[in-house]
Every structure is written in C-alpha cells, then in structure tokens.
Design a protein around this ligand. Structure first.
Ligand SMILES: *Cc1c(COP(=O)(O)O)cnc(C)c1O
Length: 370
C-alpha cells in the first residue's frame, strides 16, 4: 500500500486530469489486428515522405554529431525561417513539435485565475495544457463546423489571456477567410494574445485564406504556429515553431526549454525549406485527388462527410466510430476515431496516394455494406 500522501502532494487539477493514451507502435498493432501491413490514415502525416532536400540532409547526418549538443536556440533554422518569411530571426521560437510551443505560450501569459478561450471541437492540446497547468479553459461550440468568432469574443472576460484559433481547423478543415480573421483581430483589440495555429497552412490554396505571417505586421498580439510535421513530413523528428512580434517572442522565450530540438531535426527542417515549392505542389495535388475520390465514395455509400481544407476529412460512420476503427484495422487501415474530439460517430481520414485511398474505399465499403 502506498503511503505517499498524494491527495496533499498533487494539485486538484492534476488529480482530475485524465492522461492521453497514445496509440501503440505499428508492430504491436499489426500483431493485435493480425495484419502484415498498416496504412496510417490516423495522424495527418504526409505519406509522400520528406522533401528531397530534407531526405538528403538526413542521409548525410553522421553518428559523429550525436555526442554534441544541438544549437540551443535553433540558430541556423531560425535564420532560414527569417529569410523565408522576411522577418528577423528573433521573431521565431522553435520547439520539439509545435505542441511544445503551445506550453511555452501558456506559461508565459497565464497565472492563477486566468483563462484561455478556444473551440470545443479542435486540436485538443491547447485545452489539455491549460487544464493540467491549472488554468480555466472556455470552450465555445463550433458554428457550421467552424470556429465562431462572436462566441469566442463573448466567452472572454478580464482574465482571458489567450485565444487559440486553429486555421484551418483540425478536424473539420474549415477556415476563417481574411475578412473574418481581420474582424476578429480588430474586435480583440490588442489587449490579449491571439494564437493562430497554422499547422495546415501549406495545404491551403485559396486566395482568401489569411496569412498569419503577414497579419502580425499589423497585429503585434498575434502569435502564429507552424510545424514541420504535416506538410514537410518530419513528424518523427518533432520540429514546430512560433513566430510573433519581437517583444512578444522575447517574453515567451523566457519560459521555453532550450536544447529541446535535436540536431537532426534542426538540420532536416532547415533543408526542407529549400526549393519547397514543387514538393508542396505535388502534395497538394495528391490531396486534391484523394478528396475527390473520397467525396465520390461517401456519396455512393450515402455517408455524410465534412471536407474542406487540410490533408484530412471527416466521415460520419453508420456504426460506432470505435467499432469501425477496429474493423478497418483488421483490414490494414488505421483511421482516427473522433469520440475524443467530441465528435462521436465520426472518423477522420488522412488523404494520401490514390492506391491507398482506393484500398480504404474498398475496406469501408465492405464494412458498411457487410
Ligand atoms: C499536428 C498538429 C499540430 C502539432 O504538431 P507537432 O507535431 O507538435 O508540430 C499542431 N496543431 C495542429 C492543429 C495539428 O493538427
């Protein structure tokens, strides 16, 4: 029997917090589901793999570099980002995935009694970090599957420090057009931090999609998140970053762990930015074709779906999402159940190459009709 006085040692908000259970490694899942291959359509990874420049940098990486600490503040990568976006290197803060910079922003601005505002059905890490840090989270319902700017403004009070907006939203793919974004930023009025999570920015090919990197020139309270995990296919190396006005980033940097980004990740991410246009175009084409194919399939099967921007779409399942997940896994296909996103009865499917999408369609058909 434990004699640790956990009731006294552990803050109430930690006692109440339910830990996230990551999925098992693929080899375990293959054994569990009795399949010899698994197509990963559950994490919005870019199935094309990293761009050629990053691939080369990874192959050239020598084991002799491993005993040496990486650059503590991702010096070269920040220089490359500064050149790419026409900003100063001091405006960038790189983390072990953008998940790490979420925590850095919350730590920098929130203290006891403060709250953050975001949507109820979005990327859950904003909510989780705030909760296990002891801050109140105010969730506003989506409206027509999209973030509702007025509801977010209405939810704020004098203790609101940060608004988190995921644009386009994971998992619905909806986005605020430039006018809506500008209207929201003007209504917030610079008194609070607005985080714009643009994890899927490079997937969006629309004229009216707002670009946080440009908007921050006018709105110094705007902090933009981007990642190398999604378009650039470096999820396994964990590199994400934020960009903001120099005075805001100077504050956030104080709470940010140095040396959290490994050498290989820094090198691969820096290389990935070189000549990225053909790679991004090829990925967008793959995703557009997959969208068309799956839309047709859903129509054929009479399934409701939500498909906008990003390399994923949501499909309403005729059976429970966990059951569908299991049945598809037995056919070698992993999808994301949406119950944890507060969308019970839906799955999210990553959009990848045509042959895999066709395999998914066949499996879905068998499950739905069988
Ligand atoms: C995947 C994802 C991220 C985080 O990715 P990292 O791998 O931690 O960089 C952040 N936001 C959204 C909306 C995502 O979907």
């Amino acid at each position: 029997m434990s004699t640790l006085p956990l009731d006294r040692l552990v803050p109430a908000y930690i006692q109440a917090f339910e830990p996230y259970t990551p999925s098992r490694p693929d080899h375990e899942l293959r054994r569990l589901f009795g399949v010899d291959h698994l197509h990963r359509l559950n994490n919005n990874e870019n199935a094309l793999g990293p761009p050629p420049s990053a691939r080369q940098a990874i192959e050239d990486f020598e084991a002799g570099r491993v005993p040496i600490y990486p650059s503590g503040d991702c010096y070269d990568l920040r220089q490359a980002l500064a050149a790419k976006f026409g900003k100063s290197a001091d405006q960038f803060l790189v983390g072990n995935g953008s998940c790490e910079v979420i925590a850095s922003v919350i730590k920098a601005f929130c203290e006891r009694g403060d709250n953050i505002v975001t949507a109820d059905k979005t990327f859950a890490v904003y909510e989780w970090v705030a909760e296990f840090s002891g801050f109140q989270v105010r969730l506003t319902p989506l409206r027509d599957m999209a973030f509702d700017p007025q509801a977010m403004l209405d939810a704020a009070d004098e203790r609101t420090k940060i608004f988190f907006v995921c644009n386009p939203n994971n998992p619905t793919g909806t986005y605020w057009d430039a006018a809506t974004m500008r209207g929201f930023l003007e209504a917030v009025g610079g008194e609070r931090i607005v985080v714009l999570d643009e994890a899927y920015f490079e997937y969006v090919d629309r004229e009216d999609n707002p670009d946080g990197m440009e908007l921050m020139r006018e709105f110094p309270n705007l902090v933009v998140f981007r990642t190398f995990s999604k378009m650039y296919a470096l999820a396994g190396l964990r590199v994400g970053y934020l960009c903001g006005s120099p005075e805001v980033v100077d504050i956030i940097r104080r709470t940010h762990v140095v040396y959290s980004v490994n050498s290989l990740g820094q090198i691969a991410a820096t290389a990935a930015l070189e000549h990225d246009v053909p790679f991004i175009t090829a990925t967008r084409t793959m995703v557009a074709e997959a969208k068309e194919l799956l839309r047709g399939e859903c129509a054929k099967l009479g399934l409701e779906y939500v498909c906008h921007e990003g390399n994923f779409m949501m499909i309403r399942t005729p059976v429970s999402d966990t059951l569908l997940h299991r049945k598809l896994a037995h056919k070698g296909i992993l999808v994301r159940t949406m119950t944890g996103f507060r969308f019970p009865g839906w799955i999210r499917v990553s959009l990848v190459q045509r042959p895999v999408m066709e395999e998914f369609c066949r499996a879905l058909e068998e499950v739905v009709r069988g």
